[in-house]
Structure formats: C-alpha cells, structure tokens
Design a protein around this ligand. Structure first.
Ligand code: AHR
Length: 517
C-alpha cells in the first residue's frame, strides 16, 4: 500500500516523464451504503427524429426488411443483447407537439403529422402508443413516456395515462380494448414535459413549476400502477432551474431531469469522424466536465432534499456532432467512433459515483440519431463502438459500487474555444455484480502510450477471471455498412495476479472490462 501511495505521488507531481513506464495505481475498497447502480442508468431514448423510429426500430408489417409485427428483427435482436432497462419515448422536443390520440386505432385511418422540430418530415403515425408499449414488452424494459405540456392539455395527458394503465370500465380503457389490448400496460416512468425552458414551451422555471403541479395532479395511479413523475429539468449549467423546481415542486415530483451533451461548440460541432488528437482530448475534457455539473445540481437538490427522495434523471446525454454528409438535414444522423466509445465509458464511470442520487439516464439516442447504439440503412445494420461499451458494461446494472482511488497521470487540454480542462489518462469504475463477481472497467485514453495498471484491494487479494477489450488502430475508427467489424469487442488476457493484487497491461486508446473473483 505504501508503495502504491508513493508511486501515485510521483505521478501526480509530474516527476516521472516517461509515462509508458509509469504504473497507474488503483485501490478498490469495500462497498458503502446506498451504492447500488440502478439498472435504469443504462437507459435508452427513442424519439420521433430522423430514422430512429421509422426505418430504425419500425418498418411496418408489409416491409421487405425482416420484421416481427413491424419491428425490425435485426435491431430487435441486437437491442436484446444489451438488456435495456428502460426506453424513453416519444421525445425530446417531439413530445411537446405529440398528440397521442392521432397514433392509435387502425393504422390506415391515422392522420399524418409534420415533424416540425426535425426537418419537417411527414410521418404517418403508424408507430404510436400501442406499438411503443408492445416494443417495451418485447425488449423486457420499462417504458418511460414523455407527456405533452408545451402544446397539449391537462385532459389529453390525463386520458393518455388512463388509456395506458386503467383496467376499469371507462371510456379510455375501453378505447384501448377496442384497439386490441385487453389488459393495461404497466407504465412507471412518466415525464411531465421535456425541455420546458426551450422546445417544450420556452417557459421560465416558476411558471413551469406551477404547470408541473397542475398537470401532475391529474396523472392518476390506476389499479396497482404507480407513476414515477419526472419534471422537465435543466440543461447543463442552468443551476437556477434546478433550484426553482426543487423549491416550488419538491416532493410532488419523484424525479427531476437534466440534459448534458458532449458538444464542442453549438455553432461548430465538428465532424464525427475527422478530428485531431487535440480535438479528441478536448472532447474527453467536455465529457468529464459532467461530473462538476452533476455535483452542483446534486448540491442544490441536497439543500432541499437531504434524504435524497427525489431522483436525478439524466434523461438525455451523449455526443452531438455535425450531421453526416449526404444525410437529411435535421435528422441528426452521425457516425460513431472509438472517441464516442470513450465518452460512453467515462460517463458511466462518473454516473456510478453518484448512484445515491442518479437513478436513471438515457443516452441520446438508440438508433440512427446522435450517439446511437445502432445505425441502419435500408436492410443493413451496424453496431457502433458505443453499442459495444453498453454491452461490456452490462453487468454493472444492479451491481454494488466499490469505491476506488485511482492515481493516474493527467493531461491539460485546451479546446478550440479556449476552455482549459485537466483529464486523467486512466479512468476506472468497479462494482460487485449480482453473481458476486467484481466488474472492473478501465479506460486508457492515452493515444500514444500503453499503460500498466497496478490494482490492489482493500480487503483481500482477488483473482482475475476474464477480460474484454475494445480498441482499434485509429481513434477515429468506426463501423460502416461496408466494413461493419472494424471496431468490435475482443477477448483480453493481458493481466496477471501478483502478490499485491492484479497488474493489467492496457493497449493505448483502449477500454477493458475485467471480471474478477
Ligand atoms: O436528442 C435530441 C434533442 O435534444 C431532443 O429532442 C431535445 O430534448 C434535446 O434538445
């Protein structure tokens, strides 16, 4: 242990310059209270945006693309592998212009709509409430519905809840029965508006607080269904929004949302695939800045709710690059490289540290939009590097966090906008999974150097059983429809048990997940 601390001090003081030889050190401790990683932290988001729903998840029963009752089979099977805990729908900005009654009943009788937020695309409403909730059943995940506060009425929202969850002999439950669904679905998570400060109605926080109170009052619990009501939260650094909502809404909400995107600059987002090493490191800096943002929102929540009854739900996060060339404007279709994989891994490492407050997060978005798991083009499908991170981290769902102290050299990065941030070369997270095994995730973001990591355990020395590796020759590598396997998970064995713990030898720019017992 003393040797570990000494090495750590040297590294931090910058006394060692040839970092290929410096050991990064990691001490894994015993669990503390309240440290369960809520499975919903691994949540997904599907908005009516571009080809996320139409073409991505849903092709319709008459499509030549192999499907199960209209859902793309290839996408369905790939998503099942991720054990998705929760899926948010129908938006995003789309939610506050969505009128759910237009999306029920015989599909050929449903009116079309113009998707005003996202490129003005005309949609035929063939994917609506029944299609979404049945998809969640197929995936075995909780649905998370975003209700329309911006342009909808209290009555419309109340009836939607009744349509989905009531088993009584009432007009809305009977309408559902007439549409082929006898029993109500279980719907737990219900969002009362989305980005109500912006596309969801351009409101100020005190006004929205009152609207939340009013709308939420009529979102009833039918039978045994208990709604978990989520208020539309702040974007990034808007701490006042959180403060006003905590003060004015308080325990009337079960959760408060937060959106944080890893964006270089809203006016100059940059290419998803063509970037230099400085742009890579500054992306990592922006990604990791979420930790400070979380800490400040959590501190405000703690002030009003010290017992942590209200959950923080980061229900939109991920990278946002320029739309891919040749794709339709407003559809937010972007490629996904090893850089995106790091953003996913490092963000999870941070979320795991705040499990007593953060109970759900939803990466934006599941298919074909922003930092997707999956990209599709007609009948082709590719899995992205981000998909593989979700797969490698799957066993963290429901696991108990093991606090850790990591000592890694750091790098100062200056973004093109001039923001200065410091990032560690090695990041990690550890947890005891449901089988009693330890999952340890390590990221070496160093583009130049391999790294040796010396791991010790607070209590007893443990044995590494197996490892998975995600890396590629170039940080900008990605999977395309023609070359779908450039980046993929491989087996990792470059670790050994020592007298002190475990030593891991990580390739440059790599993500490793070890199973230890
Ligand atoms: O995820 C894309 C959009 O980003 C969502 O619709 C909106 O809520 C956010 O601004």
């Amino acid at each position: 242990m003393r040797r570990l601390i000494a090495l750590c001090l040297f590294a931090l003081m910058g006394l060692v310059t040839t970092f290929a030889q410096v050991k990064t050190t990691l001490l894994i401790s015993e669990p503390r209270e309240n440290q369960i990683i809520s499975p919903e932290i691994y949540g997904q988001f599907a908005e009516h945006l571009g080809s996320c729903i139409y073409g991505g998840l849903w092709v319709g029963e008459k499509s030549k693309i192999p499907n199960l009752k209209g859902y793309r089979l290839d996408v369905l099977e790939a998503l099942k592998q991720l054990a998705i805990p929760v899926l948010r729908w129908p938006g995003g900005c789309f939610a506050d212009e969505y009128h759910w009654m237009d999306g029920i009943g015989p599909r050929d009788k449903r009116p079309s709509l113009t998707n005003n937020n996202w490129g003005g695309t005309v949609e035929d409403n063939s994917f609506g409430t029944n299609e979404f909730l049945n998809l969640c059943e197929l995936l075995g995940c909780e649905p998370y519905i975003s209700g329309n506060v911006g342009s909808g009425s209290v009555e419309e929202m109340a009836k939607w809840v009744e349509y989905m969850t009531s088993d009584a002999d009432t007009p809305m439950a009977n309408l559902r029965r007439a549409n082929g669904r006898e029993h109500p679905w279980k719907v737990k998570y219900f969002g009362v508006g989305n980005e109500s400060w912006g596309c969801g109605g351009s409101m100020r926080p005190a006004y929205y607080s009152d609207l939340f109170r009013r709308y939420a009052t009529y979102c009833r619990n039918f039978g045994t269904n208990q709604l978990f009501k989520i208020a539309s939260g702040a974007s990034d650094y808007d701490y006042n929004w959180t403060d006003v909502l905590m003060q004015n809404v308080g325990r009337r909400m079960n959760g408060l949302s937060l959106h944080y995107y890893t964006i270089a600059d809203w006016n100059k987002k940059g290419s998803a695939t063509a970037f230099n090493s400085n742009q890579f490191y500054s992306t990592i800096g922006k990604c990791m800045e979420i930790e400070k943002v979380l800490q400040r929102h959590i501190a405000i929540m703690d002030k009003y709710d010290p017992k942590k009854n209200i959950a923080l739900m980061v229900d939109e996060w991920g990278t946002w690059w320029d739309e891919a060339e040749g794709t339709q404007k407003g559809h937010l279709f972007q490629q996904n490289t090893m850089r995106d994989a790091f953003v996913a891994a490092l963000t999870f490492d941070i979320f795991h540290k705040y499990t007593d407050r953060i109970k759900m997060t939803n990466i934006a978005q599941v298919v074909n939009v922003l930092q997707s798991m999956i990209l599709t083009k007609e009948n082709k499908m590719v899995l992205t590097p981000t998909y593989y991170v979700f797969k490698m981290y799957k066993n963290f769902q429901g696991a108990t966090v093991l606090p850790l102290q990591i000592c890694s050299e750091q790098k100062k990065v200056t973004s093109e906008r001039g923001d200065q941030r410091i990032v560690p070369f090695v990041c990690a997270t550890a947890a005891k999974d449901k089988k009693g095994q330890i999952q340890l995730a390590l990221s070496n973001i160093d583009l130049e150097n391999e790294r040796e990591i010396a791991i010790q355990f607070e209590k007893e020395n443990l044995t590494p059983l197996s490892g998975q590796l995600l890396t590629s020759e170039h940080i900008s590598d990605h999977n395309t429809f023609d070359k779908p396997n450039t980046v993929k998970i491989t087996s990792f064995t470059n670790f050994k048990k020592t007298a002190d713990g475990i030593t891991v030898h990580m390739p440059k720019a790599s993500i490793v997940v070890l199973t230890i017992k």
